[in-house]
Design a protein around this ligand. Structure first.
Ligand code: SF4
Length: 243
């Protein structure tokens, strides 16, 4: 597992999304600026240099918008990143809310971190159907960003719901920039101790290559710890409500 001292390498895409997350980290993001990734402007030479210099054993795709949004039109992108991963002896991971129906595509990934909200019945149904097929080639971990309304009981209910359909790995992640949710995470995290269930504190676990401006950042919000602090404060002011 990556830590703040042993960072992974993440490529931030913004292919768009239609997910209406309970909390959007992208809308007000200072580097993304809600800009959509223009694939023709990705600096593949520089991206390759960054990948070749990274000691991380995996290349992670994340957003931004969702990296699997409109996946049928982005196969060329996944294939190109996959070729780089193979060239530099790395595996590929993805953090998404979308499960493509294309098993050949899914099989390119070592692990899928799939975000699913508590009440997203359709997503749970689709996962239930696809899980046995996915698990033949790829690991899967379910992610739930813990908001200010969740309780120990609703977390357990969520875990049981996931266990019922066969999911073994579940992460509750601490929400960035929402004070009440941040505190709620601290309140709940030590009250649940179950195999395969992880409570992941907010933190900087990757270096981030933004495809929207072709720059590499050690923090999701910029170059320094101070940038992170400034934006955390701003997000506390603008993103308090999870709709
Ligand atoms: S997928 Fe990303 S961009 Fe879309 S609503 Fe969720 S956090 Fe915001």
């Amino acid at each position: 597992m990556y830590t703040e001292n042993n960072k992974g390498f993440t490529i931030i895409t913004n292919f768009g999304c239609d997910n209406h997350c309970k909390y959007c980290i992208t809308r007000s993001h200072p580097i993304l600026q809600n800009a959509v990734t223009d694939k023709s402007k990705i600096d593949w030479e520089y991206l390759e240099k960054c990948i070749s210099e990274s000691e991380a054993p995996t290349i992670n795709l994340s957003g931004g918008g969702d990296p699997f949004y409109d996946w049928r039109n982005n196969i060329d992108f996944y294939n190109r990143v996959y070729d780089l991963a193979v060239k530099y002896h790395k595996k590929m991971d993805i953090h998404t809310r979308v499960l493509p129906d294309d098993i050949e595509l899914i099989a390119k990934f070592r692990k899928i971190a799939l975000s699913i909200e508590n009440n997203d019945i359709e997503a749970v149904k689709k996962l239930k159907y696809m899980l046995p097929i996915i698990e033949k080639t790829t690991m899967i971990r379910i992610i739930n960003v813990l908001d200010e309304r969740m309780t120990r009981e609703s977390c357990i209910q969520y875990i049981n719901q996931m266990h019922d359909i066969g999911v073994k790995q579940i992460t509750f992640r601490q929400m960035f920039g929402n004070r009440k949710a941040y505190q709620n995470f601290l309140k709940i995290k030590d009250t649940i101790n179950m195999p395969g269930v992880l409570f992941l504190p907010d933190g900087e676990y990757h270096n981030y290559y933004f495809t929207t401006n072709n720059k590499l950042y050690p923090y999701f919000f910029g170059y320094t710890e101070e940038d992170r602090k400034v934006w955390m404060k701003k997000y506390e002011d603008i993103e308090q409500y999870c709709g």
